[in-house]
Design a protein around this ligand. Structure first.
Ligand code: SF4
Length: 140
């Protein structure tokens, strides 16, 4: 089988053609169309065990903002994304949260942490309520 891929490692975006020997575990036998040696290595990874970095957001209690953006510290196997998203969805946070804080260690049993990508300061509940009400009034 032949598969066409676009290498995403650099802006050249080489159009790669990978020859794949199908089976329980596919084997990439040849890759063409690459301008450098990184292309075939990337194509093999993409076909055998594709990896992705994911970003999401989580609810934060008692913060000056109700959500915090988070991401995986490194790429994770594509097949584990659902499991990772379930853990992110189930987690509960309380302010304060700082950029770089580890929110979930070794998510889904992987050697990868979920980290915060924004700051959320602790704020008294009354102030948050007042802000939400003021915003709602401004919108009407
Ligand atoms: S094969 Fe090399 S030159 Fe082409 S997009 Fe990938 S990294 Fe860039």
């Amino acid at each position: 089988m032949r598969k066409e891929l676009i290498c995403v490692i650099c802006p050249n975006g080489c159009q790669l053609q990978a020859e794949i020997q199908e089976g329980e575990q596919p084997v990439v036998t040849n890759v063409t169309g690459n301008l450098c040696d990184k292309g075939p290595e990337w194509a093999r990874q993409e076909i055998v065990n594709p990896m992705r970095t994911i970003a999401s957001s989580m609810l934060v209690e008692d913060g000056d903002f109700p959500m915090v953006s988070v991401r995986t510290e490194s790429p994770i196997p594509l097949k584990k994304i659902f499991e990772v998203m379930e853990e992110i969805k189930a987690a509960r946070l309380a302010a304060p949260v700082k950029i770089g804080d580890v929110i979930i260690e070794k998510v889904a049993g992987l050697p990868c942490n979920i980290i915060a990508t924004r700051n959320v300061k602790k704020e008294a509940k009354a102030e948050v309520k007042a802000k939400v009400e003021a915003k709602a009034e401004a919108e009407y």
